[in-house]
Write a protein that binds this ligand. Structure first.
Ligand SMILES: C[S@@+](CC[C@H](N)C(=O)[O-])C[C@H]1O[C@@H](n2cnc3c(N)ncnc32)[C@H](O)[C@@H]1O
Length: 252
């Protein structure tokens, strides 16, 4: 009943704004999206993804599976307006992101902005990073991630792991080591721009190597426009940016 009332409200608003023809066109376009989601191939892909998610959780005794909309999360930040839903990265996708980077992990701090229940943090912990940081603004998801860190039975080659429950737009990047910044489509442009500005300011204060691994890169143009980063890989699924090693500082 609630859904029907909402559809009727939207239809009334659209009729006032767009007229009958405009509303009809919009309704046909929207039904295309619904139909696509009902396609057997799409449903099959979703089923396989859900199975893989449950498989990961069972194998490692954690709770990372499922999607959670922002509407049902306990966030107290205006930036929730620009936040995407919770959804964990698949382990194969995470491995593909770091493949061929040739990084000496021991030198790098890995940062996941929008870390959710911590799936990427757990996967990163299998690599010998110097340090790993997860930043998530939902206290509920942050608590699940902390619990997951305790329970995880997978491989751990980094034990220096921190979780911060805060808005990623206010996060200060650590300046004592090179960075790998990992983003799984966590937020839209206004927050992405703030995060990119923060990273650029940190780089100009303290030039050091920085890599940005951006999965499902909906706001890639924000990162494309940063002068200190070069785009090294770009597909529909991921973009990889690298500052390269900055030249050593000259005599003061
Ligand atoms: C698509 S999920 C990615 C989860 C995790 N990084 C992974 O790869 O499995 C995006 C997460 O970003 C969080 N998020 C969105 N905006 C945020 C913000 N401004 N500050 C902190 N977390 C945010 C959401 O609550 C959600 O948990």
């Amino acid at each position: 009943m609630k859904v029907l009332a909402q559809i009727l409200r939207q239809a009334r608003r659209s009729l006032t704004k767009r007229g009958i023809l405009g509303t009809l066109i919009l309704a046909i376009a929207a039904s295309g999206v619904v139909v696509k989601n009902l396609r057997p191939s799409h449903r099959q892909a979703l089923r396989l993804q859900r199975q893989a998610d449950r498989g990961f959780d069972l194998k490692y005794n954690v709770d990372t599976a499922g999607t959670i909309s922002q509407g049902s999360l306990d966030v107290r930040s205006r930036n929730q307006l620009f936040a995407t839903r919770y959804e964990p990265i698949q382990d194969v996708d995470f491995a593909a992101l770091l493949a061929d980077t040739g990084l000496r992990y021991q030198d790098y701090t890995f940062i996941d902005l929008g870390s959710g229940k911590g799936r990427a943090i757990l996967l990163a912990a299998a690599l010998p990073f110097r340090r790993i940081v997860g930043v998530e603004f939902s206290p509920r998801l942050d608590a699940v991630a902390r619990d997951n860190l305790e329970r995880y039975t997978g491989e751990r080659n980094c034990t220096n792991i921190e979780l911060a429950c805060m808005d990623a737009a206010r996060y200060d990047f650590p300046e004592d080591s090179p960075l790998v910044l990992y983003l799984y489509n966590p937020f839209e442009r206004p927050v992405m721009q703030q995060v990119a500005d923060n990273l650029a300011a940190s780089f100009s204060r303290r030039p050091r190597r920085m890599l940005v691994l951006y999965f499902t890169p909906h706001c890639a143009d924000v990162w494309d426009s940063l002068e200190f980063l070069q785009k090294k890989r770009a597909t529909n699924l991921l973009c990889l940016y690298d500052s390269g090693d900055p030249p050593p500082a000259g005599p003061v």
